[in-house]
Design a binder for this molecule. Sequence first.
Ligand code: PMP
Length: 400
Amino acid sequence: MSLYLDSAASAPPTPDVIARMAEVERDLPANPSSAHQVGQRAARAIERTRGQLATHLSCEPDQVVFTGGATEANNLAIQGALKAAQRAASAGLHPRLAPGARPHVVASAVEHPSVRGLLRALAERRALDVDWLPVDREGRALPEELHRLLRPETVLVSVMHVNNEVGTTQPLARIGKVCRAHRVLFHSDATQSFMKLPTDVDALQVDLLTVGAHKLHGPKGVGALYVRPGVRLEPLIFGGGHEGGLRPGTLNTAAIAGFGAAIDGFTVPEAARVLGVARAMRAALLARFPGLQLWSPDPGGVGTILAVGLPPEAEGAPRRASQVAAALSRHGVQVSASAACCAGAEEISHVHAAMGLREEQARATLRISVGRGNTSDDVPRLIAALEQALDGPAGGRRLA
Ligand code: PMP
């Protein structure tokens, strides 16, 4: 039987989520913008989820914009804010940016590729300047460094809430406070933290916040962006007036309703149970494998993402996590050698590099992530499979 330990890449939809999506596709097939009864019932299903998001973000429903996933929400936040800032600057209305000046953005050194890759691409095109906020050995951004990086042209700071490779939680409120004092917009990608940690947008002091459904067992391809009142964004795509004109296109009723069902299922006791399984795994790994290192802080992280530095071979040769992950997969255990979006990359993870891991340490790091499908029975199963994978021919293979 397969043991799935890759929920940080995607958490499998629960039966409730699948049933809700099927029910909506079947019973509410109309366009949710249609004025007739079925259309209006579909619209109500969407508004129910919007209300749930607003409750968990401690904001108003009309401050939540649905998107086609977290990648898109990150793009809308960053590109939308930049375009709006430039427009305001050219009218002489931006508090920091002079007309015609190139905007400057600060992001943490451990952002997801949907933030990091976007900023790098825009910087290459000379559409902006970017600086990376450094992190400590645990992957935590250093708010005191932000003061040094801010410039008169800085229009946006983007720091994720929980890192997807190591699970480290970022000090958002401290960063947000600095941003507010300087009248710089603050965006956070909370894809890995939503429903797992408190995400009150006022407490976190964010202006824009990204969430996604499939890291909490909802469907893929649906996410949302919180937009603080008064924050100006420009849309990235054009069409009808959906989502206040910020994200046009007929809304995916079934996916949004499935997002709502995933929120319903991720109750506080259930989140605590899942965290308990992850903590038991962490303790068992440390007890069973001398020399194994856990790069994920606990406390100080989401707890359900375990970045595991594999111990070297008996002769001291470093392990290669990609080979151990492949051996585990042959034994029916699905984990990642790095984030799914970076799998197969030649370069070591930028997150591991920013944390100061040496190349061989980064290459020996597995990501094990726990979700609602896991129970305490999975702890001995993981240990047994890892024993085999580390002893077996593939697990024992040396660094090329
Ligand atoms: N941000 C973070 C932190 C993530 O972990 C992910 C998913 N790996 C994303 C954004 C992008 O999510 P999606 O691929 O669903 O758009």
